[in-house]
Ligand binder design. Structure first.
Ligand code: PMP
Length: 397
């Protein structure tokens, strides 16, 4: 019989979420997560994937996954430190280090796992972490595993970071101190001020940690935000995901050899969670080769982003402070934002509403993720729907 306290907890909390319109139901796709998707037999222009370069359905990745699966099997059979490390894992890590311009790299089963793994492997109860207030949930959870003091600084506010770093250092309370930031912020598309962060870090002896989930494959010729600012030798941890522009699944840390050696003996998801599957690892290797071999997909991604952003602005919408392909269309209150996204859906455009508590109250937005795989015809279909729904809801003239 189910526990009465569990039943009461679930009933109360699910009812509360439903009352607030925050109870998310999931609609499975009947197609790949490409530029056009199918749900319940209907076709949509898809503006919600993180498949920036369209690589998740690239034949080169698919074939690599098939060949590796046939050779090594569907699963890796053990954690990395028992005997789950296949030659493929080492090959991926060598490729990642070269791609990120670092001495070495370590890979994980997901980007989320990577933040769980890497922060707590070096930070302890005598340490402090300075964290941007808009950092991703996996960074927040990774910090919680450390028992370090967590000091949040105002989003990309370098004066606030500098002040808090100085106060923390001068307090004499902490041994190691770390600054953590997303490279590109996923809700607004703005880029972290990494040159300032590197300078502040040098002044106050901070370990630097950049989560480049949304910068890799997008900025710096594909190598990411750190390369974009030419800071490869001034950032200690370059972490990221293999699930967005790389198009598969997984996560990694790239950095100096001694750091990676330490993570291989001390980061818990590496030690205690089964290694990534051969198919996924081989597809990641193929993806990095594709990204390194040509700028073409990145150029197409940026062209499509510019096209969509210009189109939305011409219609009278705001795309906020984005500097990257992430294209928020700022609507405002929560209810109108949800309604906007629902109406777009009815018009054949899949673009998710993002509202409080994910973003501050009153800044609800429909977030659009154009990719290299879209065509301008698809983006025009989306813009036509935006125009129709925007007029209908009185948001544009
Ligand atoms: N960090 C950031 C900044 C992210 O946006 C994401 C993706 N949701 C992750 C980490 C987690 O990556 P993954 O989806 O590979 O677990």
């Amino acid at each position: 019989m189910a526990s009465k306290s569990l039943e009461a907890f679930l009933e109360k909390n699910i009812a509360e979420l439903k009352a607030q319109g925050l109870y998310n139901t999931i609609e499975p796709l009947e197609s790949s997560n490409g530029p056009v998707i199918h749900i319940k037999g209907k076709e949509f222009v898809n503006l919600s994937s993180n498949n920036y370069l369209g690589l998740s359905t690239d034949a080169r990745l698919e074939n690599a996954a098939i060949q590796a699966t046939l050779k090594f099997g569907a699963g890796s059979g053990a954690v990395r430190t028992i005997n789950g490390t296949l030659s493929l894992h080492d090959e991926l890590e060598e490729k990642l280090a070269a791609f990120k311009h670092t001495e070495a790299a370590i890979s994980y089963q997901s980007g989320f796992n990577c933040n769980m793994a890497a922060i707590s492997a070096v930070m302890g109860d005598k340490d402090a972490i300075l964290s941007d207030e808009l950092n991703h949930a996996s960074i927040i959870d990774g910090c919680r595993l450390t028992k370090s003091a967590v000091i949040r600084y105002a989003h990309s506010d370098m004066d606030d970071l500098r002040r808090k770093a100085r106060e923390a250092r001068e307090s004499g309370k902490y041994e190691k101190m770390m600054v953590i930031t997303d490279g590109v912020f996923s809700m607004d598309g703005d880029i972290a001020k990494l040159p300032d962060i590197a300078e502040i870090a040098e002044t106050y002896d901070l370990i630097t940690y950049v989560d480049d989930a949304h910068g890799t494959g997008v900025l710096g010729g594909g190598a990411g935000t750190v390369k974009h600012f030419s800071l490869s030798d001034r950032i200690d941890f370059q972490i990221g995901t293999l699930s967005k522009a790389v198009g598969v699944v997984g996560g990694y840390v790239a950095g100096r050899q001694s750091l990676i050696d330490w993570l291989k003996v001390r980061s818990r998801p590496f030690l205690f969670s089964t290694a990534a599957t051969p198919g996924a690892v081989a597809a990641c290797i193929a993806a990095i080769e594709v990204i390194q071999s040509s700028q073409e997909l990145q150029d197409r991604l940026w062209e499509h982003a510019a096209y969509l952003q210009k189109g939305l602005k011409q219609l009278g919408f705001s795309v906020g402070r984005t500097e990257t392909p992430i294209t928020p269309c700022i609507i405002g209150d929560e209810e109108t934002t949800q309604k906007f996204s629902r109406r777009l859906y009815e018009e054949g455009v899949y673009a998710k509403a993002i509202v409080f508590p994910t973003v501050p109250k009153g800044t609800g937005r429909v977030r659009n993720m154009p990719t290299a795989a879209h065509t301008t015809e698809m983006l025009d279909r989306a813009l036509t729907a935006y125009e129709k729904v925007g007029r209908e809801l009185g948001l544009i003239g």
